[in-house]
Design a protein around this ligand. Sequence first.
Ligand code: GUN
Length: 297
Amino acid sequence: MAVLLKGEPVAAALRKKIRAEVSALARPPRLAILMAGESAASRRYVERKCDAAAEVGIGTELCALPAGAGRREILQLLNHWNEDDSIDGVLVQAPLPDRSLEDEVFGAVDPAKDVDGFHPHNVGLLALGQKDGLIPCTPKGILYLLEAYGIPIAGRRIVIIGRSRIVGLPLALLLQSRGLDGTVTLCHSRTAHLREIAREADLLISAVGSPNLVRAGWIREGATVVDVGQNFFSDPSSVGGRRLLGDVDFSVVAPHCGAITPVPGGVGPMTVASLLENVLLARQRGAAKSLQPSADA
Ligand code: GUN
């Protein structure tokens, strides 16, 4: 039977380490979160982030703007948080109601406070393998999860399905970087022969948002499968009236895997713990910068 790659115990250990480091700081870190529009899924994600931050001693400030909030209003708020020395991390929950604004909005966050790692500066540092940027939370969390369970990356054939800014693209950059040395194929909605490519993978990662996309015939026997999908369905028979499904048809795929993440309880807790780590990093780097003498001093 496949090893179940449970995220919660790994995330709990990471949160414990973060809590200890936070408690040693003279001022606790502070994260500002912007949520625009009324998406129930975004609200749930943001609540989880705020609860987890509180648990490790990180303060949060949440601004929920109406769906009709314009470009100027959003940029003004980000500018205010960029200038505010009591704010260490800034996060804009995606997707925005007007997705055409996302490039400009993510690019307006101070790269030093960009705890999502979506700013072009941080994406560029990741692409170049430079260590002083902030790495997007889900890719970082997946890496920690694989490390914790001893899943090898170097030299392995890794197939990622989905090329989003949040997961697929940065994850491809991370896993192929020097030192990790995976051999990555990044697939997307126009990839031909997706099933055949997936079957080549030692490590298959699906980050599409399409329930049961990955089925039994897509898996090489013994491969590791990481399911990033979070697909919610209304289901009156489930707790809370909702059911969460991943991208992977778990019951038919799991018997063919060496290891597989569950949904929920696999990647999700790792994303949140990695966000907390990025806030702590931003706080520590900001504090370190303010201790350095300025060039003209
Ligand atoms: N929406 C879904 N995942 C994420 C994430 O990791 N960060 C942000 N900002 N929005 C998201």
